[in-house]
Design a protein around this ligand. Sequence first.
Ligand SMILES: C[S@@+](CC[C@H](N)C(=O)[O-])C[C@H]1O[C@@H](n2cnc3c(N)ncnc32)[C@H](O)[C@@H]1O
Length: 204
Amino acid sequence: MGSQWKKDSVYKKSVREGYLARSAYKLLDINERFNIIRKTDNVVDLGAAPGSWLQVLRTMTNGQLLGVDLTPIVPMEYVITITGDFTTPKVQEKIMELMPFVNVVVSDASPHLSGAKAYDQARIMALNEDTLRFTELLLKQGGNFVMKSFQGIDFNDLFNQVKERFYAVRVIRSVATRRGSTECYIVAKNFIGDADDDRKRSSE
Ligand SMILES: C[S@@+](CC[C@H](N)C(=O)[O-])C[C@H]1O[C@@H](n2cnc3c(N)ncnc32)[C@H](O)[C@@H]1O
């Protein structure tokens, strides 16, 4: 199945255009439709390996970029990369220390899928909830957030949690997502946040 996917036209295009993964087109598509990233934004990319979203982000902003993944990210000029689990306090603290002022959080993170649907869906929902909780700590008021998810059990609860925290939220399918996949992206703009955010963080 892997080799069949590798030969699809989006994959071939990504190789031709020098992207590290076909996922690059997902972020390009999302940003074209929803204008998530502005020229000076500082962006954190969760689940960033091998690094195609970072390649794309580099063309979208001159701000500071940080990517984190369980597996090493291809090194890039002017991009901070961390190898680690972003759901752990140690890695979260390191990211917050390196990126005190974050305008946008993007997450393409997904666990390694086993093929057992109910089990995979539960793990994805758990990762999405951890991602949302960390994003609340990281993001400044008014910031934007993109998170990969999969439609299925508990997705609506997750979506409602995001809706409580941002002024504008949509669920979209990217044009680069494979046919038949339940993959979707939650695109959330204008983080409601908390007026005490900066004080809370500096007193911790
Ligand atoms: C689809 S890939 C990301 C592709 C990436 N956006 C790109 O364009 O190159 C999903 C990634 O999420 C990472 N991941 C999953 N859970 C993670 C976690 N808790 N902490 C860090 N990375 C995680 C995986 O290691 C995997 O590399």
